[in-house]
Design a protein around this ligand. Structure first.
Ligand code: SF4
Length: 374
């Protein structure tokens, strides 16, 4: 069932720049998702999505007018920051079937183009190809990144777990299509399904296919299963399709409040991913070449330090960079004005200071660039 509602606000602002998407703002045009992936965490009570998930969708019918108001610089005391605006989210794919009728994603992209914002889209649907004309215009003006999420590149497994979306082979074809149009593309290999698509061979297949499709980066993640609706629904479907895996799932999902699997499992899949990504020299985060002239200097430093933090943890090494990034996110002055006093920032030692200076001078860090693909 489709329910039309009038939204009061559309744009969601993060407290600091999100280094996964290089974005500080995002929006959901739909609540609920007809794609009905069995593992979707939009089903969890935490997100208060009303109705029967997979069937019922709420459409923010006035999204375009509200967003126009929110983007209009004349109505703002402080202008919005320059960064990617994220189109898509975990509780409703922006290109799910209702988009064919309402065209809210298309209209909001048109608006983002008018206001000159770069855009990052994350979807599982090839319907996004319909909007290639606007996405190309945005890309020429500021930049667009189109990413697709995958739990694997296996069409048969996808048919079971992602019943409402185009097959992985079609998503890969869509990536090739956008790449030919000169648009940067990412693969979100997320979530891999425990004991089904998390094997070294399966993860390597995904990265190899991503490489063959010329994607610019692969971002990896495991599956969360929050107690309640999401976990119950998923385990029921698992019982129907892979009953022999129930015990293993119960073993690794033991009621963590965020639905995370146990640490040993999490570490082992990340290790597997890291090895495969290195083999194909695949960037494991959005590379700076795609955003360094777009975001402000403090955000650039925060993003690269957070990426470094992630990459070192993938290697099983300690990292001071996450804390330094957090401290920098609290600064109210441009970091370049503190060049002689960087060490006074909490968490910034000698090495971090050198890295920050290199980022300010060149837009990146050679140490980081090596870790990104190696
Ligand atoms: S496409 Fe995304 S939002 Fe939609 S059901 Fe699948 S995981 Fe959930």
């Amino acid at each position: 069932m489709i329910k039309e509602v009038e939204a009061k606000t559309i744009l969601r602002k993060h407290k600091k720049i999100d280094s996964w998407f290089i974005s500080q703002y995002g929006f959901n045009l739909y609540r609920g998702c007809m794609h009905n992936c069995l593992y979707c965490d939009g089903r969890s009570e935490k997100y208060n999505v009303n109705g029967e998930f997979g069937n019922d969708v709420t459409v923010k019918i006035n999204a375009v007018e509200v967003l126009r108001r929110e983007l209009d610089p004349k109505r703002k005391r402080t202008p919005l920051k320059k960064c990617f605006i994220m189109c898509g989210g975990g509780i409703g794919d922006s290109y799910q079937p209702v988009e064919k009728k309402y065209q809210l994603s298309r209209k909001t992209l048109q608006l983002l183009y008018e206001y000159g914002f770069p855009v990052s889209i994350l979807t599982k649907s090839t319907l996004v190809k319909r909007d290639a004309d606007i996405i190309k215009k945005i890309n020429e003006q500021s930049r667009a990144i189109v990413s697709f999420s995958f739990s694997s590149v296996d069409d048969e497994i996808s048919r079971v777990f992602e019943p409402g979306v185009p097959m992985p082979s079609e998503r890969l074809e869509a990536i090739r299509f956008f790449k030919k149009e000169g648009i940067a593309c990412g693969m979100f290999l997320l979530p891999v399904l425990p004991f089904i698509t998390d094997w070294p061979e399966a993860i390597e297949d995904s990265i190899r296919e991503a490489k063959n499709a010329d994607v610019d980066f692969v971002i990896f993640g495991g599956m969360t299963l929050k107690d309640g609706r999401q976990k119950n629904y998923f385990l029921e479907r698992l019982r129907e399709n892979y009953p022999n895996l129930l015990t293993e799932y119960r073993h690794i999902y033991r009621g963590d409040k965020w639905g995370n699997p146990v640490r040993e499992y999490y570490d082992s899949i990340h290790k597997t991913f890291n090895l495969a990504a290195k083999k194909y020299k695949m960037p494991k985060r959005i590379p700076p070449s795609l955003y360094k002239n777009i975001i402000g200097e403090n955000d650039l430093v925060i993003v690269i330090l957070e990426h470094l933090d992630y990459l070192l943890k993938l290697e099983g090494k300690p990292s001071p960079y996450g804390y330094a990034a957090y401290s920098i996110s609290k600064l109210t002055t441009p970091i370049s004005s503190l060049k002689d006093g960087l060490r006074e920032i909490k968490g910034v030692g000698k090495t971090t200071e050198h890295i920050i200076i290199e980022i300010l001078n060149t837009g990146s860090s050679s140490y980081y660039e090596k870790l990104l693909v190696g």
